[in-house]
Design a protein around this ligand. Structure first.
Ligand SMILES: [Ca+2]
Ligand SMILES: [Ca+2]
Ligand SMILES: [Ca+2]
Length: 292
């Protein structure tokens, strides 16, 4: 059996009928054959597919998949490992922002946000300025968990509720009077001073108000200029020439002629002297004196 030929010396090829299945290779024997199965198959004719998943449930967290050389587990979300026996820690990738506390969940995580932050990842800064108590045209500045007020000029305080008394810093120069206003302040300047802080001086003598070679000065605290008149003049601006004849200095019917800082007396014929008060010597007088 198993041989053929005239001398029965030719081995019959028992593989001739292709008895092996599933890509197995057939090895011819003497009146027999052997199937060398491809991976994943078994049985005399390699007719049976091996079920590697038969006793494998992937820890109950995945489904088993057969492959030619074994099995693999397709894990449910949240699990990993060859047998899906490990749970993924979703906090390992640090998904939470802003110093939040991460809690690992099955196939997920939750972020416990710090005060002032919100969102799945605590990525959103809550706008505390949406309802704020800043007043007097202040600007609200949002922070994390709080806000602050940026005051308009002239105000201070947490909510800009206070008017600043700028006068405490004596901003007005040159004797100006400070008035605290809400907001701000103002300076009431003394005479001849101007500008927001009375820092500018306007010299009234610059306009040359004093006439007739008089001297302009500012001696008084009231800021009024004074004209120091040259001899012979008077008046606030020295514009009045004094009439020295007004006091009738000339006697004996003399005519008075007013001059600057003085006068002339035009004496009648019988008199002389500055004020015509000296009677001239006259022959008639002599005769009169010698009236004997
Ligand atoms: Ca997890
Ligand atoms: Ca905020
Ligand atoms: Ca003020």
């Amino acid at each position: 059996m198993g041989f053929t030929g005239e001398n029965c010396d030719v081995n019959v090829d028992d593989c001739n009928t292709k008895p092996c299945h599933n890509n197995a290779s057939c090895v011819d024997g003497v009146n027999s054959f052997t199937c060398a199965c491809a991976k994943g198959f078994t049985g005399t004719f390699c007719e049976t597919k091996i079920d590697f998943c038969k006793e494998q449930n992937c820890s109950g967290k995945g489904s088993c998949l057969n492959s030619p050389s074994g099995f693999s587990c397709d894990c449910q979300p949240g699990y990993f490992g060859e047998l899906c026996d490990k749970e993924i820690n979703e906090c390992d990738s640090n998904p939470c922002e802003g110093d939040a506390t991460c809690t690992d969940l099955l196939n997920g995580f939750s972020c416990n946000c710090k005060v002032g932050l919100t969102g799945r990842f605590c990525e959103s800064n809550i706008d505390e300025c949406e309802s704020n108590s800043c007043i007097n045209n202040a600007t609200c500045v949002d922070h994390i968990g709080s806000y602050s007020c940026l005051c308009a000029p002239g105000y201070n305080g947490t909510y800009c509720e206070n008017d600043i008394d700028e006068c405490l810093l004596s901003p007005c120069k040159n004797g100006g009077t400070c008035n605290n206003t809400v907001p701000g302040y103002s300076c009431q300047c003394p005479k001849n001073y101007y500008g927001r802080h009375c820092e500018l001086f306007s010299d009234p003598c610059v306009l040359k108000p004093c006439q007739n070679q008089s001297t302009c000065s500012l001696p008084s605290k009231t800021g009024d200029r004074v004209c120091l008149c040259a001899a012979g003049f008077t008046g606030d601006s020295c514009n009045v020439e004094i009439d020295e004849c007004a006091s009738n200095p000339c006697t004996t019917n003399a005519r008075c002629i007013d001059k600057v800082n003085g006068y002339d007396c035009k004496c009648v014929a019988t008199h002389t002297g500055t004020n015509c008060d000296i009677r001239k010597f006259h022959a008639a007088d002599l005769y009169s004196a010698l009236d004997f």
